[in-house]
Design a binder for this molecule. Structure first.
Ligand code: AMP
Length: 210
């Protein structure tokens, strides 16, 4: 089973992905995570992606599609959970040529809530765990509960970049809702609910693991 997580930045895709991987054993393919790793390594791809990411713009489709193709070679027949991909119609069409998609979980969230969540988000540098300073703060400020790593604010979670990312989402990614809806693949999820409730809605769609 191949599943796409679609929704604005901050809708909770990463948090839901973690739980779904645990329940269903998906290969988690987050293009944002891969790009951040490449930036941290200072690779050629990372150097190319950095400028786009800092501004909240999308990395070009051909670069993303090549990166996804390469990761899928390692999938080994496992079901894949696509997180933050596809983000444009060109990426969706490119994906169609590589694998078939079973469900698109659309995490719906208002712009106000997106801004509120992203401004308060902190991420662990070491294990990638997500926190929210208001709704899910770490026990010790600045320190990851899980691994003791340092928490930081993603450079693209600063207010001026958040606004741009939301605009880019509306312009380039929102049309995917219609695209997958026409194909009968879109499953709407109310992302304003708690992480447990969002997970419950997702399991209701995907069914129990085989
Ligand atoms: P994310 O972690 O999904 O919010 O992604 C962070 C940033 O990485 C985005 O703002 C884009 O600059 C870039 N990015 C991640 N996934 C994609 C994608 N599928 N297409 C283009 N750019 C992407």
């Amino acid at each position: 089973m191949n599943v796409i997580l679609l929704g604005p930045p901050g809708a909770g895709k990463g948090t839901l992905a973690e739980r779904l991987v645990e329940r269903y054993g998906f290969l988690h393919l987050s293009t944002g995570d891969i790009l951040r790793e490449e930036v941290a390594k200072g690779s050629k791809l990372g150097k190319l992606a950095k400028g786009y990411m800092e501004k909240g713009e999308l990395v070009p489709d051909d670069v993303i599609l090549e990166m996804v193709r390469e990761r899928l070679r390692a999938a080994d027949g496992k079901g894949v959970l696509f997180d933050g991909f596809p983000r444009t119609l060109a990426q969706a069409k490119g994906l169609e040529e590589i694998v078939s998609v079973d469900h698109v979980l659309f995490l719906e969230l208002s712009r106000e809530e997106v801004v509120r969540r992203l401004s308060a988000r902190r991420v662990c540098r070491k294990c990638g765990a997500n926190y929210n300073l208001i709704t899910n703060p770490p026990k010790v400020p600045g320190v990851c509960d899980r691994c003791g790593g340092e928490l930081y604010q993603r450079p693209d979670d600063r207010p001026e970049v958040i606004a741009r990312r939301y605009e880019v989402y509306q312009r380039d990614s929102a049309p995917l809702v219609d695209y997958y809806s026409r194909r009968g693949l879109l499953r709407r999820i109310d992302a304003s609910r708690s992480p447990e409730e969002v997970f419950r809605q997702a399991v209701e769609v995907l069914g129990e693991p085989i």
